[in-house]
Ligand binder design. Structure first.
Ligand SMILES: C[S@@+](CC[C@H](N)C(=O)[O-])C[C@H]1O[C@@H](n2cnc3c(N)ncnc32)[C@H](O)[C@@H]1O
Length: 238
């Protein structure tokens, strides 16, 4: 699928249901995705996130929301590294992966919030977080739902807050992109590969006035390029 592909209503719910089945299955690919979201897999899947503290000059005042949190590996890594004053919150549509995230938690006293919900209808009050992460999720949303996600992210971000969004992107070579899309559709159908430029445009259409190419790299597994954007609500924005 390419970045001009559109689909009908209800597709987001279908993709979430596919994730739920895939993430709780016993197949080889299901084991693979669960490993990829786990402590070792995330070094290969999300390597640039392990440098986020230095890159964004983050400290313990971070109030973190991770949308599409999976097993919560990146969320916990950041919470441990930053020693956040407030426990982070991770949201995911899949109950199966949230059960796994809870089982992975080695410090239940920390009280990290794991919330089942939709990326496009966040169950949080306005201005609740100052850092939002959303990794490897937007390929499952059509353009209208990506805009709905960005509008929600902007709503829950406090003024001065930042959000980092990254996803598999196109290479610019159609046959390879078709191959990559097929690979990514193993457990969940119809992934959309959008460029950084397209993600920035969708963020701007959703009200973000600060958008940048986050240029996150390297991502090692799978060896498919990523698009990544850093977007923010300016301190004087309501
Ligand atoms: C490929 S995993 C990415 C996990 C982690 N963020 C990472 O980068 O490794 C995508 C996650 O997003 C969740 N997800 C997919 N669509 C969603 C939606 N519309 N709302 C909330 N979560 C969703 C899936 O259940 C899955 O756990």
């Amino acid at each position: 699928m390419n970045e001009h592909d559109h689909s009908g209503p209800g597709e987001q719910a279908q993709r979430a249901a596919e994730y739920e089945r895939w993430l709780s299955a016993a197949s080889l690919s299901a084991r693979g995705i669960r490993w990829w979201m786990g402590p070792l897999g995330q070094w290969f899947a999300n390597a640039p996130l392990y440098r986020l503290k230095a890159n964004l000059k983050l400290d313990q005042t971070v109030r973190l929301l991770d949308i599409g949190v999976g097993r919560g590996t990146v969320m916990r890594m950041l919470d441990d590294t930053l020693e956040c004053d407030r426990a982070p919150v991770g949201l995911d549509a899949s109950r199966a992966i949230l059960r796994q995230a809870a089982a992975d938690e080695d410090n239940p006293q920390r009280g990290a919030g794991l919330v089942q919900g939709s990326a496009t209808a966040l169950p949080f009050a306005n201005d609740t977080f100052n850092l939002v992460l959303c990794g490897h999720l937007v390929k499952h949303l059509d353009d209208d739902d990506v805009r709905a996600l960005f509008i929600e992210v902007r709503r829950v971000l406090e003024p001065g807050g930042l959000a980092l969004v990254w996803e598999f992107g196109p290479t610019g070579y159609r046959p390879l992109d078709a191959w990559n899309a097929r690979t990514l559709a193993t457990g969940v159908r119809r992934p959309r590969l959008r460029s950084t430029k397209t993600l920035r445009r969708l963020a701007e259409e959703s009200g973000f006035t600060f958008t940048r190419d986050a240029d996150l790299r390297p991502f090692l597994l799978p060896p498919i390029p990523r698009a990544s954007i850093l977007i923010g609500k300016r301190p004087d924005e309501g």
